[in-house]
Structures are given as C-alpha cells and as structure tokens.
Design a protein around this ligand. Structure first.
Ligand SMILES: [Zn+2]
Length: 688
C-alpha cells in the first residue's frame, strides 16, 4: 500500500549503527564494486575483544576498517555489500539491454530504454521544468477549494502524497477481500514527531527544512521574498497536519489503523472534498465502504483545508509536487537541493549516489519483475532455491516443536498457533507468475514521462484489485532485492533471490554458519506472524482474537520484558532505542535466532556432526552465533542513526546482535562466559 506508512512490519534490513569512525586511510569510492563477503569472515573478527563482554564488537570489530562507509551512503553493512555487488550485476544487464538491437524481448526493450532514459541527463536538463508545467498549470488554475477534489484524485495515480494517500489493501478482518483505504500523508519530514520534538537538533532540522522548501520554490522560479514567505506558511500547514497524524508507534497496532466506514460517513467526516467523485476519478471501482485508517487525521485535514487560504494551499501543492516527483527526473539544481536536505542533512551522506546506481534502483522499482526475470535466469541457481526451501521447512519444524513445549501457553492457544504456522506460505527466489508490463509504454529520452507512466500503471494495478479475489501468488518485493518480509494479511514469508547470496546464504560455508545467517532471518520472518502485531491475525490472515485471555496476558508480560530491555539501550548521545516501536522486530530477532538454533541442532544431530569439535578455529555452535553476528556487521553516520531511531521499527545493529545473544544462555555456554558478564543477562527475556 503506497504512502500510508509502515502498517506491515516489513523486514527492511534498514540502516545500522556507528560504533567506529570510518578509517581515514582507506577511503571507499561510490563507484567501486565489492566482492561478496563469505558467510564466516574471519578478517572481520576483532580477536582483542571479549565475545562475552561485547559480542558485536568481537564478530564485527574490523568491519569499518575494512569497509569504510562509501561517501554516497549514510551507513554501511554486510548486506549493503551484497546490495552494491548486485547493483553492479544489474548495471551490466541494463547496459546490455539499453544497447538495443532488434533481438530484444519486449521486457528487455522496457528495462533497457527505462535505464537509458534515466541516464540521459542532457535530455533531462535540456527539458528543465517543462515536464512539470502541466502539473503546475493545474495548481495555478484552482479558483475554488471545491476544485481540489479532481486534483487530489489525479494525485492518487501519480504518487503525489499531498494531504493524504488512497489505495488498496486486504481487509484486516476478511483477508479474502481487497478493499479501498485512505490514510494520512502530506508531510515532507520523515515522521510526525519531527514537527514537535524539542531540543537543538530537532529545532535545527525544522529550520533547515523550511530553508529547503524555500530553495526548492526559488528553483521553480519564485522570487526570494515570496518563496521565504510561502515556506513559512507551508511549514505551518504541515505542522497542523502533523498534529492530527498518528505517530509511528501507534500505527503498529492494527486496531488503530482499521476503521471501516461508508463513503457517506467519510463525506461527513471530511466534507471539504467530494469523496465519491474523488474515488471515481482516481479510477476506484464503486465501493460502499472503505478503511479510513486514521479518522482523526481526516477530520483534522478537513479543518486545515477549510481554514487555510487558497493561495497557501496552492503554494503547499507546488512544494509537495516537487517533493514527491522522482528527483532523477528533475533538472540538476533541484536534484542537488533534494539530495542536500534529504540525504546529506537528514542522513549524513557526503555525496550523491552515482547516477547509474540510482537508475538501476529506479528501473527495479518501476519494472522489477521484468528486470527480475533477466536477473533470476542469470544469477539464481535452482540448487539455492532447493537448499533454502529445505532450511525453511526445518525451521518451521523447529517452531512447531517450540510451540509444543512452551510452558506458558494453554493447549487451546497452542493448537491455534500451530494452525497458523501450518498455513504460512513460503515464497523463495522469485514469483511463479510474472507481472505483465505489456500495457506500460517506456520511451527513450523521456525520463519524466516514463517515471510518471510507471507510477500510474502501478497505482491502477493496485486500485483495480479492489473487489477482486486475492492473488495469493503476488510478491511485494522484486527478485533482486536484498531483503525479506512477512505479510500478516497473506500469512506468507518472502525470500527473494537477492538475499540468497553471501554472506546471508553461502554455499561454501558450513551449515552452522548458514543457519546463523539466513536461518535466523527465516526464523525472524516466521516469528513476525507471532509478534505483538502479527499475533492479532489468524492463519487465514484475519484480524481475530484466537488467544485465551490468560495466554494473551502472559504474552504481553513476556513482550514487556523486551520493551524494557531494549528501551535501556543508548543509541546516540542522549537518544535511547524506542522499545515499543521496535518491539515486533526485537521479538522477531529473538524468536528467529532461537528457532534457527533449534533447527540447526536437530539438523546436526541427524547428520551426526560433533558439536564440540573445532573446525576452522570454532565449534559449530560458535560458528552459528558468529554467522548471526556477522549478518549485522556495519557502521552508521550519527545523522542516519538518529533518523533510524526516530522512525524505524528495527533496533540499531549492535543491539540486534547483543540484545539477542544476551537472552540466549546457549550463547554464553558456547563461548564459556561467566555469569556476571554482560552477554549473560541475569533475567533473560524470552517470548518464543
Ligand atoms: Zn522484521
């Protein structure tokens, strides 16, 4: 679902943590290719560190020296080396497809020409602001607030997030249905709390943001005084929207973002717009009801529209148009200004990513399953799929055993939990059916048009699902993606080909190492079905309470232990991890490593592996934990860390490692830790 925020707990593999400053003497460049690091990388280990005091430092202590943060990145990590490598592979494919020739398949024509148009900066700069002119004319032509309805309907298709977003989702309460949904949007800062947080850093960010809006409006041709004035008014308008927006933590509770009402009731809630007309013009099929995810927001947004002067709304719409347009399609000065605020100031990146990398990513996001077909044929061996499927089955069997032996859960709830576990669909590598892009026109030399048509194509595809049966085979990310996710409504886990590469999955590494890496990630995704959010959905993907009251209470007590544990971790300066925002991910990290451990031990027993025998300096159990630790090696610039802690449901890397191993006594045993050492928590938390 576009623009509506992180309602699903996606395993974003987002940013990491700055523990070490990048070494000065080994500068990385933004263009360099990387060799994939192996599953067990001994050169990353800091042998001077004590694994029982700080396991993250032990497993990953040399990472920043060997792999300094490239200047175009705000953080760097093991999995980002895989991303960088994959970028180079995709670039070669796209350059070949772009070189043309009559023998190109229709998909090769599309990805090749999309990439070529994106790389054609001369054409983009020559056109300047001309491609935006029809959109600017529409805003200028507004004579009355009633005319906002058709304009905002149009924005639902073009991905302009001014005011709100509308789209499609599976009905939380009946996962066989695909319904219409509207949710909050309209902000240019990353999250609503950015508008209200106190302190020097927060105040500076707001000041820089107002200057950024002003700079963008100036680049649109507005005189300085007018741009400055409008930027202040736009900030006021956005602050009013932020005031009625739901914060990131509250959005994690499905009950907070599910309010089925009739279109007539939405009309009463927010009469400034004509909702029937808006949905019709955005090409939604007729609906009687829809999910108004955040009713308070729509009430508040209505007041903002009614009390703000039309010319201020027009200035806001011009700004939002610039904010939501892909900067790759904008002339250089606007692209540079967008980088300066969004990536340099908010995340600490030193320089813009090379254009080719951005164009690879843009092609993947516009035509992911066309590019994915070419990628999978070249890069993904059938043996990797088979091995992963086998591991997933072993980890599902471990979860079955885990649920059966839990001492805090009643037999009734256990049988429902097993029912849910058995219903999980495993999707590995790439989809069985590929998306059809034949109706999407991609033209060389037309970056803005390609990007706009791709957005409309995708939004229409989404909207036209409303009222149709659910396609259970659909994928929410593309095959080259170095990431994985669990989807509560589908009750499925997805592991694209991109993540099934070293170090996460290394055919040359031992089973122990692979169970620690990708095995823990499989366990992580599976556990999402049973974290504080996922547990509220049943095996069919429906929001329904299948827990006995007693069991639900015990679950909450156990989860609360993790809230307290992670809330005590200091991320940067005075900023602590938000234990509530990160609860689902922390539960998944902890459950994931335990399930992988159980599956690994069972597998080793079947294969007759001696768990005390050192191989390559480490016992198999130590290798398992090192594999896990090294999945999360990385460093992060302080700006990026701050943004992550304030907006992202994942804990910083250091805590994803140390926070988890200190909850597992098996770790302390494997490394011979003493009871009073930091990685041996006296009151270890355990949910699953
Ligand atoms: Zn996750």
């Amino acid at each position: 679902m576009k623009k509506l925020g992180a309602i699903l707990a996606l395993f974003l593999l987002a940013s990491v943590l700055p523990v070490f400053a990048p070494a000065q003497n080994s500068p990385a460049t933004a263009d360099q290719d990387y060799t994939l690091i192996p599953g067990l990388a001994k050169d990353l280990i800091d042998t001077k560190a004590d694994p029982c005091v700080d396991f993250f430092q032990y497993a990953c202590g040399n990472f920043s020296k060997l792999h300094p943060i490239p200047p175009d990145r705000s953080s760097f990590a093991s999995y980002m080396i895989t991303q960088e490598h994959t970028n180079h592979v995709l670039r070669t494919m796209l350059e070949k497809a772009a070189a043309g020739g009559a023998a190109r398949t229709p998909n090769e024509q599309k990805i090749g020409d999309y990439y070529a148009a994106c790389m054609d900066v001369d054409a983009i700069n020559r056109k300047g602001l001309k491609p935006l002119q029809p959109e600017l004319d529409r805003i200028a032509a507004l004579k009355d607030k009633r005319e906002l309805t058709p304009l905002l309907a149009h924005y639902q298709l073009t991905n302009d997030g001014a005011f709100f977003g509308a789209g499609e989702e599976q009905d939380f309460k009946d996962a066989t249905k695909q319904i219409a949904v509207v949710g909050q949007a309209g902000l240019g800062l990353p999250e609503r709390d950015y508008y209200f947080r106190t302190g020097d850093v927060a105040e500076k960010t707001r000041k820089d943001y107002v200057r950024h809006i002003m700079n963008m409006l100036k680049l649109l041709g507005e005189p300085e005084a007018q741009a400055a004035d409008e930027a202040r008014q736009i900030m006021q308008l956005e602050t009013a929207l932020a005031k009625v927006s739901l914060d990131a933590t509250s959005q994690r509770d499905p009950q907070n973002v599910y309010h089925m009402i009739s279109v007539a009731d939405l009309q009463n809630l927010a009469p400034a717009l004509n909702w029937n007309r808006l949905l019709t013009e955005a090409d939604f099929p007729p609906v009687s009801q829809l999910n108004v995810a955040m009713p308070e927001f729509f009430k508040g947004m209505n007041a903002v529209i009614e009390t703000t002067e039309l010319r201020t709304i027009q200035a806001y719409l011009r700004w939002q148009l610039l904010h939501w347009t892909d900067p790759l399609a904008l002339p250089k000065a606007l692209d540079d200004e967008s980088f300066d605020f969004n990536r340099r100031q908010l995340l600490g990146a030193l320089e813009q990513r090379p254009r080719w990398k951005r164009c690879v990513q843009a092609t993947d996001s516009a035509l992911g399953e066309a590019l994915g077909q070419v990628y999978v044929a070249q890069e993904f061996p059938a043996s990797s799929k088979q091995a992963t499927v086998e591991m997933v089955h072993n980890i599902e069997a471990a979860m079955e055993q885990d649920i059966a032996t839990l001492d805090w859960m009643s037999p009734e709830t256990k049988s429902r939990a097993l029912e849910k576990l058995h219903a999980v669909a495993d999707k590995i590598g790439y989809p069985d059916h590929w998306r059809d892009y034949s109706k999407l026109t991609i033209t060389r030399g037309d970056e803005y048009g390609n990007s706009a048509r791709a957005a409309i194509f995708e939004n229409l595809r989404e909207v036209h699902k409303i009222g149709q049966p659910v396609d259970r085979g659909e994928w929410g990310n593309t095959p080259p993606t170095v990431d994985a996710y669990y989807n509560t409504s589908m009750n499925d886990i997805i592991f694209p080909a991109g993540i099934l590469q070293p170090p996460s999955y290394d055919t040359k590494a031992t089973d122990a190492v692979n169970y620690g890496h990708i095995g823990a990630t499989v366990g992580h995704e599976l556990t999402h079905g049973f974290d504080d959010e996922g547990r509220q959905f049943d095996g069919k993907g429906n929001l329904s309470d299948w827990w006995t009251r007693e069991d639900a209470k015990r679950f909450e007590q156990k989860a609360d232990c993790e809230v307290k544990e992670y809330s005590s971790f200091v991320a940067v300066d005075d900023l602590k991890v938000n234990g509530k925002l990160t609860l689902g991910e922390n539960t998944a990290d902890n459950g994931g490593l335990r399930l992988a451990y159980m599956a690994f031990i069972a597998d080793a027993k079947r294969k007759g592996i001696d768990l005390t025998q050192k191989d390559d300096d480490y016992t198999p159990v130590q290798q398992f934990f090192l594999g896990y630790g090294q999945e999360w090696c990385g460093t992060q610039r302080p700006e990026a860390l701050r943004t992550q802690v304030q907006t992202n449901p994942h804990s910083p890397m250091q805590f994803r490692v140390n926070g988890v191993v200190q909850n597992m006594p098996e770790f302390g045993q494997a490394f011979g830790c003493r009871a009073d050492q930091p990685m041996m928590a006296a009151n270890a938390c355990r949910v699953w």
